[in-house]
Design a protein around this ligand. Structure first.
Ligand SMILES: O=C(O)c1ccccc1NCC(=O)[C@H](O)[C@H](O)COP(=O)(O)O
Length: 212
């Protein structure tokens, strides 16, 4: 199956256009003010308005005010929660949502998957204390279970150089990248976006090829 690709942390019109042109399935917009990639609601409106149909616009939030999330919702197709939001809090918007889980040593993924069973997918990201996401760090991929009920979106430190082996080893439903396609925080490098998506598609093609 074709791996779904999300390019996250977009802040400029040209970056949105480059990700769409390169074939991204989804685009992520960080609405948490603590991030170097944070958008205002006004910027979200401007960027989201450029996105063509059938490309999913995902808003990222970290334990934020429901009024803000409601205000952003009309520009989004999906929500992504990176904080300690309980499942009931993710459900109140009448929208599809993803739950980001950071791979702390003691995380019980089966338990979290059961707890967040209404999530459309679980985004597995690296754990760094005090940082809710976008660390640019990988985690030990051997910790990703193959039998989780929810679709897995692999995140954390992915780059054009490691995306092929990530897809080959884990075969996640989707992948999510931010820092690995940036020239500097919040500013995407269009060549890196293209290389990332090309390498992911190459890995998909190789995994679909019949064995000789
Ligand atoms: O990007 C941020 O600054 C951020 C801040 C707060 C919550 C989430 C945030 N980003 C999440 C992501 O961009 C994704 O999970 C991403 O795929 C992982 O980032 P990276 O390791 O840089 O590829």
């Amino acid at each position: 199956m074709r791996t779904r690709i999300k390019i996250c942390g977009l802040t400029r019109e040209s970056d949105v256009d480059a990700a769409v042109k390169a074939g991204a399935d989804a685009l992520g917009f960080v609405m948490w003010p603590g991030s170097k990639r944070a958008l205002t609601v006004e910027r979200l409106e401007q960027l989201a308005a450029r996105v063509p149909p059938f490309v999913t616009r995902v808003g990222l939030f970290v334990d934020q005010d429901p009024d803000l999330i409601t205000c952003c919702a009309s520009w989004l197709d999906m929500l992504q929660f990176h904080g300690d939001e309980p499942p009931e809090a993710c459900d109140i918007y009448g929208m599809s949502w993803l739950k980001a889980l950071r791979m702390r040593d003691d995380i019980d993924l089966s338990r979290e998957a059961a707890r967040y069973h209404r999530a459309r997918g679980l985004l597995l990201d690296a754990w760094r204390p005090g940082v809710p996401g976008g660390t640019g760090e990988t985690f030990d991929w051997s910790r990703v279970p193959h039998d989780l009920a929810a679709p897995i979106i692999l995140a954390g430190g992915l780059t054009p150089d490691n995306i092929g082996s990530a897809i080959d080893r884990i075969a996640p439903y989707g992948v999510d990248v931010s820092g690995g396609v940036e020239a500097e925080a919040g500013l995407k490098d269009h060549d890196l976006i293209k290389r990332f998506i090309d390498q992911a598609r190459r890995a998909d093609d190789l995994s679909a090829a019949p064995e000789r």
